[in-house]
Design a protein. Structure first.
Length: 364
């Protein structure tokens, strides 16, 4: 309720079990929402006696051509690929991108969202689904299309474009099991941990538990924080293969029978490969190695590295397309867009010798 006790759009949305953005569309452009949703919203309007604030509506309609795009890092290559998709999708339109970098800091994300919304953007595109309650509230009340990206959730603020990191972690672990590996370790860096990394870890654990192969000692974490407690990702550092070499040494010392390592990203997979070669281990016979993201940096590795291919460019491009569709009033009842993933199977996990000789190394 407002201070004068008049019901707000948020009150209507709460009663109708939808977001304020969705409630606004049901009231102002009813033709683009489902009949059931429209009826729920209008019933809530009638019950509460809600009346739109015409002055606020007039102000809200004065939108710029800016699309606010917020990512957690400009140093990580995965977000460079996402932003290529964003800029390519925006290029033929009147829209222009206003870019913000949170450095994986929730407080900075809140500040950027508040700053961007003061400029009345045409749309907001934000990375991740783990916004703070304040950030989520601001986006829900933004009055413009909001697209979350890189992950999936059953409860998006407005729309979400990405893939399930749990399913991706599960898929890669099942691949390793199918190749005959049984002691499959998982390597990640604590200081770069986020909900997406946690999802991959959960997928790895679920696949091993289903196969009766789970052993907590197979999980190897490497701390990556400075003495002040700030994570290296917040300082803008990037993950390098060097971070993984000591991790593999410790994992082999703890669980000498480990026969494969699933790495949280490709730089770690390269580091594990370098250390395995330094220790005289045969890849993939003695040790299978798998990465995540299928990035350009692994091209040229020998043996070629298996990785989980993620649709990073497509996510950025599709996020803009979804925002444009809403701006243009195009009906789309599906708020969750799953672009999926696939295993790029290469020699580093080919324990059964199914692939041809490892000559030119590239994507398969």
């Amino acid at each position: 309720m407002r201070a004068d006790r008049r019901p707000t759009l948020t009150d209507v949305a709460r009663l109708a079990h939808c977001s304020p953005i969705t409630a606004s569309r049901a009231i102002n452009t009813p033709g683009i929402v489902s009949v059931d949703l429209r009826e729920r919203v209008m019933a809530a309007v009638e019950h509460l006696g809600y009346r739109p604030n015409l002055n606020a509506r007039a102000l809200a309609s004065t939108r710029t051509h800016v699309v606010g795009v917020i990512v957690p890092s400009l140093a990580q290559h995965i977000f460079s690929d996402v932003l290529r998709g964003v800029y390519d999708a925006v290029q033929p339109t009147p829209l222009r991108v206003h870019l913000g970098n949170t450095h994986y800091d929730p407080a900075e994300e809140e500040r950027l969202i508040g700053e961007f919304l003061r400029h009345k953007p045409a749309a907001m595109i934000v990375s991740g689904i783990d916004q703070s309650p304040l950030a989520r509230s601001m986006l829900a009340d933004a009055g413009c299309p909001v697209v979350q990206m890189m992950d999936l959730t059953g409860d998006p603020i407005d729309r979400v474009v990405g893939f399930s990191h749990v399913d991706a972690g599960y898929k890669m672990t099942r691949h390793l099991i199918d190749q005959g590996y049984r002691r499959i370790g998982y390597l990640f860096l604590v200081g770069w941990m986020n909900t997406r990394s946690v999802g991959r870890l959960q997928g790895w654990q679920r696949a091993l538990e289903e196969a009766g192969l789970y052993d907590p000692s197979l999980l190897m974490t490497r701390t990556s924080k400075d003495p002040e407690g700030q994570s290296r990702q917040q300082r803008g550092e990037v993950i390098t293969p060097l971070h993984a070499r000591a991790g593999l040494r410790e994992l082999l010392a703890m669980t000498p029978r480990v026969d494969a390592v699933f790495c949280n990203n490709d730089p770690l997979a390269l580091g594990v490969l370098f250390e395995a070669i330094a220790q005289g281990l045969r890849v993939p016979e003695d040790l299978g190695i798998a990465g995540f993201n299928d990035s350009d940096m692994i091209l040229g590795a020998h043996p070629s590295l298996t990785s989980l291919r993620t649709p990073r460019y497509e996510i950025g491009f599709r996020a803009v397309e979804e925002a444009l569709a809403v701006i243009q009033g195009q009906p789309n009842p599906e708020p969750i867009i799953d672009l999926g993933t696939e295993v790029s199977f290469r020699k580093s996990t080919d324990r059964c010798g199914r692939l041809p000789m490892d000559e030119a190394v590239g994507r398969t």
